[in-house]
Ligand binder design. Structure first.
Ligand SMILES: [Zn+2]
Length: 267
């Protein structure tokens, strides 16, 4: 079944309420477009029940089992509706992390995991993302996030098709983004690093196309259920009860802002 009517209707700006109304009227395909194009920040923080209802409608319409899960088949059907991201930031790719867990398919990646490095630009002559790149190339470091982002650049240490070691308990289906900040930072402190957050949003949006995850929040419950979406290291710790696990990027991290920005890139 084609999703064209939603486009033809010229409904560009979606709000969750509008989509819910459509879903109630069984115009599920239009409602499902929300998942690809939503500009509604509130949805990002409530991926759980409401979004699952919309996914179920969409799946029913397309003859898939109504799991409410943004799984591979659902992602593939929605793909034509995932807008293309225009290239905006350059990504430094001269790094080769020595630690990894082998090859996987891009479509098996369900969640980007946002981390904080627990250090910032201070005292790093060429930048924190570069410093982490050097660390990832030393055998003694033993970890391998895929990206590091500081105030002035994005660096990639490991291709997405390699399993990275960055979030114990959930490495196989995730990829890691390390931000040059601290888990104790307040929302205001994070927001004062606008360019870093913007670059993080860019990476999230760019890879959403490749992997087929929606630009919505996936919390600990979502992770446990295998949902697709954007998560944090703390979500992994909570979801899989990792003893002594990390809590980064901390409660002050402005995930709503970053996701709204990422959806802006994906337009
Ligand atoms: Zn972490």
């Amino acid at each position: 079944m084609s999703l064209k009517p939603a486009r033809k209707a010229g409904l560009k700006k979606w709000s969750y309420q509008a989509a819910k109304k459509l879903a109630d009227k069984s115009r599920a395909e239009e409602a499902a477009t929300l998942l690809a194009e939503s500009s509604d920040v509130t949805l990002a923080d409530k991926m759980d029940t409401p979004a699952r209802v919309l996914v179920k409608h969409f799946q029913t319409l397309h003859g898939l089992p109504a799991t409410g899960l943004f799984d591979r088949k659902t992602a593939r059907l929605l793909k034509p509706y995932m807008p293309k991201v225009k290239k905006r930031y350059r990504i430094g790719e001269s790094w080769h992390a020595v630690t990894h867990g082998g090859i996987r398919s891009l479509k098996s990646i369900r969640n980007p995991i946002v981390h904080s490095m627990e250090y910032d630009q201070t005292g790093k002559p060429d930048g924190s993302a570069e410093a982490l790149g050097r660390l990832s190339e030393s055998r003694s470091y033993g970890a391998s996030p895929h990206y590091g982002i500081d105030d002035d650049s994005i660096q990639q240490y490991l291709p997405l098709r390699f399993v990275g070691w960055h979030a114990q308990g959930d490495n196989q289906t995730t990829y890691g983004i390390e931000l040059a900040g601290y888990a104790h930072w307040t929302r205001k402190q994070w927001l004062s690093h606008g360019q870093m957050l913007d670059m993080c949003a860019f990476v999230l949006a760019k890879n959403a196309e490749k992997c087929g995850y929606p630009l919505v929040r996936c919390n600990a419950t979502g992770l446990r259920h295998g949902y697709r979406g954007v998560s944090t290291h703390n979500d992994v710790t909570v979801a899989f009860r990792i003893a002594g696990g990390h809590t980064d990027p901390g409660p002050g991290f402005p995930m709503d802002f970053v996701l709204a920005t990422a959806r802006g890139f994906a337009r």
